[in-house]
Design a protein around this ligand. Structure first.
Ligand code: UD2
Ligand code: MN
Length: 379
């Protein structure tokens, strides 16, 4: 009797276990098909569900905040991240949704990667740079698709015979600026002829031509051979004139002297006009950056700088160019900024534009800026 009861109990237990297995199996199948059906669509679900502001979540592929230290990554590789952005094209079968106003861009952009690996040994072609930056439009312009930047930034580069450097600059900077969510345009100011080079005058020309092209309110002046090593060095304007390139490889990653303002700097329109722009009368190498520094301090402003770990730069190695010999007058001229800055500057700028060409990755403005006045004869 008790054996019979034991048998029945065992039978019931077995049935219950079988039933449980069946239920488990069914649940597993439901879950499996559900996940499978989402797999190929996972990014769009993720983006649509959260709206434009959070869609940058897709960029988490490239963050490394967990270690508290930035990632070391090839900027060129990161350039491909754009395909993860939400598509701005309306879907075929739906009426296009009324466009929502974009949110303001965050103070600290979310897609930054920190320290970058910069090298100048691989061959770069402009076609490749163009391919890797499909959202950059004619003239080298870009506007973030998913947020509203506060500033409109013109990046101005003084230039002559440095095509190879320009390729590297475009290759590294476009992806950085895009990650930084900057609304920008690139202007190469090309000095025509073989007279003495004049960096600061070219920068004044860049300012004047850029504001004719669009409503810029921030101007970043960069040498063509300087590449930032950290994308947290944000290329926009600050409360005070900004010096970006504070730790260069060529100076052992230190500021060479406290009043140094060379390499890469940025001024808002207001700051630039307050100092009457840059001097036009520094022909040849050197001194013009110190004159600009003097203008800033003499007008009651202070230079602002990034953290020394962030303001690191690599300069492409080069010889001194022909017709850009050191300016022997530079030492006496920088003693005199106070007397010269009101009459020599954006207010007295004269030049002739020969051509303006909008290329896919930059705008080239070729100009004649004259030549230095004849030196007084010795003796
Ligand atoms: C330093 C400063 C630079 C400027 C210069 C003195 C650094 C990294 N930079 O540069 O900002 O103050 O001294 O004038 O310390 N360029 C041409 N073609 C030429 C000559 C110059 O394109 O034939 C442009 C180019 O953008 C170049 C820039 O002018 O990067 C500065 O000239 P440089 O690179 O010869 O001078 P460098 O490196 O001593
Ligand atoms: Mn240089």
């Amino acid at each position: 009797m008790s054996r019979l009861m034991l048998g029945r109990t065992l039978e019931r237990i077995c049935k219950a276990v079988l039933l449980l297995c069946l239920v488990h199996f069914l649940i597993m199948m439901i879950l499996y098909f559900d996940v499978y059906s989402q797999r190929f669509d996972i990014f769009s679900r993720f983006n649509n569900g959260r709206g434009a502001n959070n869609s940058r979540g897709a960029h988490h592929y490239y963050y490394n905040f967990s270690s508290g230290r930035p990632n070391t990554t090839f900027a060129s590789y990161l350039a491909t991240a754009d395909h993860l952005l939400p598509s701005t094209k309306p879907e075929a079968n739906h009426t296009p949704p009324t466009p929502k106003p974009l949110p303001p861009c965050p103070e600290v952009p979310l897609g930054l990667v920190g320290r970058l690996l910069i090298e100048f040994s691989s061959q770069i072609t402009l076609e490749r740079v163009q391919r890797e930056n499909p959202n950059v439009t004619e003239g080298g312009k870009y506007t973030p698709p998913d947020c509203r930047p506060k500033q409109k930034v013109a990046i101005i580069i003084p230039f002559r015979h440095r095509d190879n450097h320009l390729k590297y600059w475009l290759h590294y900077l476009h992806p950085v600026l895009r990650r930084q969510k900057i609304d920008y345009g690139i202007y190469i100011i090309n000095q025509l002829g073989e007279d003495t080079f004049n960096r600061a005058k070219l920068l004044n020309v860049g300012y004047t031509e850029a504001i004719k092209d669009a409503e810029y309110n921030c101007f970043i002046f960069s040498d063509v051979d300087l590449i930032p090593m950290d994308d947290r060095n944000l290329y926009h304007c600050y409360d005070q004139p900004r010096h970006f390139a504070i730790a260069m490889d060529k100076f052992g990653f230190r500021l060479p002297y406290a009043g140094y303002f060379g390499g890469v700097s940025g001024l808002s329109k207001k700051q630039f006009l307050k100092i009457n722009g840059f001097p036009n009368e520094y022909w040849g190498w050197g001194g013009e950056d110190d004159d600009i520094y003097n203008r800033i301090t003499l007008n009651g402003m202070k230079v602002s700088r990034p953290d020394v770990r962030i303001g690191r730069y690599r300069m492409i190695k080069h010889e001194r160019d022909k017709h850009n010999e050191p300016n022997p007058q530079r030492f006496s001229k920088i003693q005199n900024t106070k007397n010269t800055m009101r009459k020599d500057g954006i207010s007295s700028l004269m030049y002739r534009v020969v051509s303006i060409k909008k290329y896919p990755l930059y705008t080239n403005i070729s100009v004649e800026i004259g030549k230095p006045p004849p030196r007084p004869l010795k003796g």
